[in-house]
Write a protein that binds this ligand. Structure first.
Ligand code: AMP
Ligand code: GLY
Length: 448
């Protein structure tokens, strides 16, 4: 018997969208979605930052994964056609399983079982190993004795990771055995990450430039996006603690077409095939953190969502209709998409609050957004994406998180975009504001 044909699901003439998430990534997505001629009403969460709120209607109650019934009623009442999911926590809670209901409503984001690639690093490693995907070699442990024996048996530098979601905090990149022992003990004995650290992965520390490679995936088709580079460490020159990301730029000249094709062939295709063998279909954004080692690209981790701040940099250069591309992804019609990026480059410099990433100060009035956005020459632009901002008194936004504004510039190349974004970031003022002055310089140094 022949298989039933998939009926095409057309993008509604006016497509109502709910964007789940409240930060800089979501503001960038909403900014681009609003430029689509097919956008209907765009709904945002009541906890959304000021930039997001200015673009959409605020839905009556914050999205609560524990009160699913209430949220479903809202989606039905407002005829939401597409839900775009930003944060991994919602995917891990089964958000897509719950609300993806074609043809009535699509969710851009994978199911709970597909997003396990992100929320269970130990399982992800098993999948990658079975698929022969090049990665940092390592092992998982639930018992401290075994972990310590393993660390003591190794001579090379190690990385210790909590297997579950820890809001970017569960990874310790170690210089020596003592640090690895302390990190394993903190997770398995002191239980500093709770259940998320009940299993740990201990893996080899890789060396090389790190790139973020994102692709749209609809279950069959993979669409590779321009590769980005994020700067995770807090201080100029890549020093200090890891953060969620202090800035990003795209495209990175390190990811030549050949490198991207190799990553598609050796990483994305076999990973998705391995999921399929387990009867898991992946639909959404697949994001590989890759280190370009002397032995070729190797996977550090997978995320199952857009990156932050990579997305700010990608949206600033996205050409054409983002709404259509996301619709085609969520409906399994990605082979019909036509996605490209403006030539040149973009760079996002994140202006942060004093105390980030440990305990950011909040509540300070922010100024200078308009003057930052007025910079740049004829072929250039600066967009300030809000991240941790909240409405203050007298129409002046106040700081409400560690990463406050992603100042994103588009210019002819990485060097010029980086210079413009850094100059514009200096126009943003609030008490204790700081940012890195070298976003983009790592790659420029490496290619001269
Ligand atoms: P992850 O959450 O796994 O991406 O780890 C956070 C950051 O830690 C990465 O972006 C890397 O900068 C670093 N990292 C993670 N795993 C390794 C590794 N095996 N070797 C070197 N650095 C790593
Ligand atoms: N910038 C890295 C991430 O979004 O996880």
């Amino acid at each position: 018997m022949s298989k039933p044909k998939n009926h095409p699901l057309p993008l509604p003439a006016k497509c109502n969208v709910f964007i789940a998430g409240t930060g800089g990534r979501e503001h960038a997505l909403a900014w681009k979605l609003k430029q689509s001629p097919r956008i209907g009403k765009l709904w945002v969460d009541p906890k959304a930052n000021v930039g997001l709120r200015q673009l959409g209607e605020v839905c009556p109650q914050s999205l609560d994964p524990k009160n699913k019934f209430h949220f479903k009623r809202f989606l039905e009442k407002e005829s939401i056609h597409l839900v775009v999911v930003g944060p991994e926590t919602l995917l891990a809670a089964g958000f897509a399983d719950e609300y993806h209901d074609p043809p009535n409503r699509l969710v851009l984001g994978p199911t709970k079982s597909a997003s396990k690639l992100e929320w269970d690093k130990a399982w992800c490693k098993q999948v990658l190993r079975s698929a022969g995907v090049p990665m940092a070699e390592g092992r998982s442990f639930t018992q401290l004795d075994g972990a310590l024996n393993y660390i003591n048996s190794r001579e090379d530098p190690l990385v210790v990771k909590a297997t579950g979601l820890c809001a970017g905090k569960g990874v310790t990149v170690c210089d020596n055995k003592a640090q690895a022992i302390a990190a394993a003990t903190a997770a398995l004995d002191a239980k500093v990450y709770g259940d998320a650290g009940a299993t740990i992965v201990i893996e080899e520390r890789l060396h090389g430039q790190e790139i973020s490679v994102l692709a749209l995936v609809d279950g069959k088709t993979i669409w590779m996006l321009d590769a980005c580079q994020d700067h995770k460490q807090l201080g100029d020159g890549d020093i200090g603690p890891n953060t969620g990301g202090m800035g990003a730029y795209s495209p990175t000249p390190l990811a030549t077409n050949d490198v991207l094709r190799m990553i598609e062939r050796d990483v994305f295709v076999p990973t998705l095939d391995a999921l399929r063998r387990e009867e898991i279909e992946f639909r959404g954004v697949l994001f590989a953190g890759i280190i370009l080692t002397h032995g070729g690209p190797k996977v550090l981790e997978f995320n199952c969502r857009f990156g932050d701040p990579e997305t700010q940099s990608l949206m600033a250069r996205w050409r054409g209709d983002l709404l259509e591309s996301l619709w085609l992804t969520a409906s399994g019609q990605l082979d019909q998409a036509n996605i490209s990026f403006d030539s040149g480059a973009s760079c996002c410099v994140v202006v942060c609050a004093a105390g980030y990433p440990v305990k950011p100060q909040i509540g300070h009035p922010i100024s200078g957004i308009d003057s930052a956005q007025s910079l740049g020459g004829a072929q250039e632009k600066v967009i300030c994406f809000h991240a941790g901002t909240a409405p203050g008194n007298a129409a002046v936004p106040i700081t409400s998180g560690g990463r406050v504004i992603g100042v994103t510039a588009v210019a002819a190349d990485v060097a010029q975009a980086s210079r413009l974004a850094t100059q514009a970031a200096a126009k943003i003022h609030f008490e204790g504001a700081f940012f890195r002055h070298d976003i983009g310089s790592r790659v420029q140094k490496s290619i001269v």
